[in-house]
Design a binder for this molecule. Structure first.
Ligand SMILES: [Ca+2]
Ligand SMILES: [Ca+2]
Ligand SMILES: [Ca+2]
Length: 204
C-alpha cells in the first residue's frame, strides 16, 4: 500500500497536466449551425457532438461507459473498443436514436448553448462512478465553436474557434484552430506541406 501511495503523487508530479482518467471527455461542440454529423441536413439537436478520447496507449472496452448531462440524465451508452490514443465522436443524432431505442427522454445530447456540463460515467457490476466531467461556459459554446483539451487528454482546455473567433481574454482561450470531431485537438500539422516545401527548396 505504501508503494502505491508513493507512486501516485510521483505520477502527478511528473505529469502534472495529465488527466488521471483513462477515457476522458475530450471535445464538445454545443451550438452547431452546420451539418456536423454528415447527414446532409442541419439540425440543432442532431449536429451537436461530444468526443471522447482514450488517453492510454492500450485498447479500452467501452462497455459500461455512459454519457450524461448536467443533472445526470443518460444520453448515450458506448460499446465496442476504443484503441489506444483513439478518438470517438457521438453526434446528437446518435444520442437521440439511442434514447428512443432504450426508452429514455429523447432530446439528443441536449447541450445548452449558454453553458452546460457533460458527464462520463462508468458502470462496473453494481457500482457506478463518474469518470470525467466537463463544464463549459457560454463563450465556449459559441456557434460552431468547440471546447476541448489540448493536447488530447491533458488537463488544459481551449476553444477551437477557427469558424467563429473568440477574442475574449477569459480562459479557455481561443486557438484559431478548427473543431476536430474524431481527430486530434488543435490545428493539423502541415508535415506534408513542409516536406514538399523542403523538397522544392532543394531544386531552387
Ligand atoms: Ca445546443
Ligand atoms: Ca446533420
Ligand atoms: Ca478532436
Amino acid at each position: 500500500m505504501k508503494r502505491i501511495a508513493f507512486i501516485l503523487p510521483l505520477f502527478v508530479i511528473l505529469f502534472p497536466g495529465f488527466s488521471s482518467a483513462q477515457v476522458v471527455v475530450n471535445e464538445v461542440l454545443a451550438s452547431p449551425s452546420i451539418d456536423w454529423d454528415g447527414d446532409s441536413a442541419y439540425y440543432y439537436r442532431d449536429d451537436e457532438w461530444v468526443e471522447i478520447y482514450n488517453a492510454s496507449g492500450s485498447p479500452v472496452s467501452l462497455d459500461g461507459y455512459w454519457l450524461a448531462d448536467a443533472d445526470t440524465t443518460w444520453r448515450y451508452a458506448f460499446s465496442g473498443v476504443l484503441v489506444g490514443h483513439g478518438h470517438l465522436v457521438v453526434f446528437g443524432s446518435e444520442s437521440y436514436a439511442w434514447e428512443r431505442e432504450n426508452g429514455y427522454p429523447a432530446y439528443g445530447l441536449s447541450l445548452s448553448n449558454s453553458g452546460d456540463t457533460v458527464r462520463l460515467w462508468k458502470f462496473v457490476g453494481a457500482d457506478s462512478f463518474q469518470v470525467d466531467c466537463c463544464t463549459y461556459s457560454g463563450a465556449a459554446a459559441g456557434t460552431d465553436r468547440s471546447v476541448g483539451r489540448k493536447p488530447d487528454g491533458m488537463a488544459e482546455w481551449f476553444i477551437f474557434d477557427a469558424l467563429n473567433p473568440y477574442l475574449g481574454t477569459e480562459p479557455p482561450l481561443g486557438t484559431d484552430c478548427p473543431p476536430t470531431p474524431g481527430g486530434p485537438n488543435g490545428c493539423a500539422t502541415s508535415v506534408e506541406t513542409e516536406s514538399w516545401g523542403s523538397i522544392k527548396a532543394l531544386f531552387r
